[in-house]
Each structure stands twice: as C-alpha cells, then as structure tokens.
Design a protein around this ligand. Structure first.
Ligand SMILES: [Fe+2]
Length: 108
C-alpha cells in the first residue's frame, strides 16, 4: 500500500491521525483478505486446501475485529454507530438511522 493511505500531507497529520489512518488501512486489508478467502474457498475442490484457507480466513476475522475495536476506542461516534447496528435483529437500515441519531449526542 505504501504511503497512499494518507489523503493529506503526512507531515501535517498528528501521530494519532497517522496511526488511525494506518489502522483504517489495515481494517480494509483484513476485509479484502476475508473476501478473497471466501472466493478461493468457494471454488477450491481439495478439502484439505479448503480447510487451510478456512482456518486462515478465521484468522482474518480476528484481525478485522481487533482493528475495528482499536478504531472504535478512538472514535466515540463510530462506537455509538456500531453499538446501534451490530448484533441487532430486524431491519438494518432502521438500526442505522437510529444509530445516526444517537451519534448526535456524542462528542467527536
Ligand atoms: Fe490479517
């Protein structure tokens, strides 16, 4: 990925913002890996190869979760949004709308 996770001059960004951007890039990479494994697993005819890739994909789930948790600890509104949407039942869009309203009461 190089340095292209920054959209502003890196030297103008605080260390905290650079770390946040790195973790967002990492989250994106973990999500991509999850999707790539999903595709590979779906077409792989060899059961042992499929099992290894499934094991690897499970690792990526953990990496994704850790990256996301890191980010939510540094972005209070993101945390509120996730609390309002994740692990809920029913209409996801409605949960998102409610979560967005809940964000309004939280400082950045
Ligand atoms: Fe990973």
């Amino acid at each position: 990925m190089g340095f292209d996770q920054y959209h502003e001059p890196a030297h103008e960004l605080s260390a905290e913002t650079r770390t946040f951007a790195r973790m967002v890039a990492s989250l994106t990479e973990e999500a991509e890996a999850i999707g790539w494994y999903e595709q590979r697993i779906s077409v792989e005819p060899d059961a042992q190869a499929r099992a290894i890739m499934q094991n690897a994909q499970h690792e990526e789930f953990k990496h994704f979760a850790m990256d996301l948790e890191y980010l939510t600890r540094r972005a209070p509104k993101l945390r509120v949004a996730l609390k309002g949407v994740l692990f809920t039942e029913g209409d996801i869009v409605a949960a998102g709308e409610s979560a967005e309203e809940a964000e309004e009461g939280v400082d950045d």
